[in-house]
Design a protein around this ligand. Structure first.
Ligand SMILES: NC(=O)c1ccc[n+]([C@@H]2O[C@H](COP(=O)([O-])OP(=O)(O)OC[C@H]3O[C@@H](n4cnc5c(N)ncnc54)[C@H](O)[C@@H]3O)[C@@H](O)[C@H]2O)c1
Length: 306
């Protein structure tokens, strides 16, 4: 099996690369990344090749089509900073490059497992369903919504190719530290609380998210590899928890009483409450999350401490 992972130096991509090498020792795994938000240190221990390139560059895809043959593509490369407002850049990088990739997938007859996002839903009434309303609040969410449209149109025309899109909710876990300010709230709050600083939250910390642990996200990607299905799926836990609750869990786990500073949210496009309906992923992929927020944080703290 020859596998290409775009965004493989990033948080989710590097975890997929390492899991593939553990589960499929004979697979040839290639990472493609421009290292804009990923980091080579995420790939320490990875035994495959690394191709450095920008997914927005059509000549990169022509070169890959001519010189390589892949059976599977995990497509995770994207601008992942949701506060970037350059609409053309966001659309070119996230949505337009997906078209180039799909052209190659037809030539390779490769299965494609790509990253969409809960950002497509915006502030619609939870629980969010794949076939329910989608009203992105920012151009990041819009770019992912257009990726999903590209995918659905592609599937109508290419019944022989398997294509799976994952709308990840808020992922946290090992490998996210290089994302800096876009790393998860679990990571940001751990850093503050573990170093004895004040926890800082937007007023009044009651914003709710469906937080999903990286090990469950990897599990979903491995199921997508094994199953002979296509479609778009929410990947989450199905439960929504508040930022205040993360502080409470960290307080217990770190045995401390942190001070919390609340400040005004500077964004007018902020999602207030996300919660996924994960019944489609459960029924079609056999996906069930193993980690509650408490279990995920407990597991993650071991890594963060080390
Ligand atoms: N982490 C989350 O909570 C979350 C939630 C929803 C969706 N997603 C999606 O999952 C995917 C992976 O996200 P992540 O959390 O691992 O983020 P990340 O920023 O760690 O990973 C993205 C990777 O893509 C690379 N990249 C960016 N632009 C590129 C370009 N033009 N050419 C080549 N490589 C490029 C970056 O260098 C990085 O390694 C993304 O598509 C993201 O939109 C993530």
């Amino acid at each position: 099996m020859r596998v290409l992972i775009t965004g493989g130096a990033g948080f989710i991509g590097s975890n997929i690369a390492k899991q593939l090498e553990r589960s499929y020792p004979n697979a040839k795994v290639y990472v493609l990344d421009d290292f804009s938000s990923g980091h080579f240190k995420n790939l320490i221990g990875f035994r495959g090749e690394v191709i450095t390139g920008n997914i927005s560059d059509p000549s990169l895809w022509e070169w890959l089509a001519q010189n390589y043959q892949f059976d599977v593509v995990f497509h995770k490369a994207a601008i992942t900073d949701t506060t970037i407002m350059d609409q053309a850049l966001m659309m070119k990088t996230n949505a337009d490059s997906f078209r180039h990739l799909l052209k190659c997938a037809v030539k390779w007859k490769a299965k494609v497992i790509y990253a969409s996002s809960a950002g497509v839903y915006g502030n619609v009434e939870p629980p969010m369903r794949e076939e329910g309303p989608q009203e992105p609040e920012n151009v990041y969410g819009f770019s992912k919504l257009i990726m999903d449209r590209i995918a659905l149109n592609f599937l109508e025309e290419h019944k022989d190719i398997k294509l799976i899109g994952f709308r990840y909710f808020n992922v946290y876990g090992e490998g996210e530290s290089y994302k800096g300010k876009t790393a998860s709230m679990v990571y940001q709050l751990y850093k503050k609380i573990a170093s004895g600083e004040k926890a800082r939250l937007f007023k009044w910390g009651e914003q709710r998210r469906d937080f999903v642990y990286i090990k469950d996200v990897i599990k979903a990607n491995m199921l997508a590899l094994e199953k002979d299905v296509s479609g778009i799926f929410n990947i989450a836990t199905g439960e929504s928890r508040s930022f205040n609750e993360i502080v409470d869990i960290l307080s217990i786990e770190l045995n401390t009483k942190p001070e919390v500073e609340y400040f005004d949210c500077p964004y007018d496009f902020y999602q207030q409450h996300t919660q996924a309906d994960i019944s489609k992923a459960r029924e079609v992929l056999g996906y069930t999350p193993d980690f509650s927020l408490e279990d995920g944080i407990r597991d993650y703290i071991k890594v963060l401490r080390a």
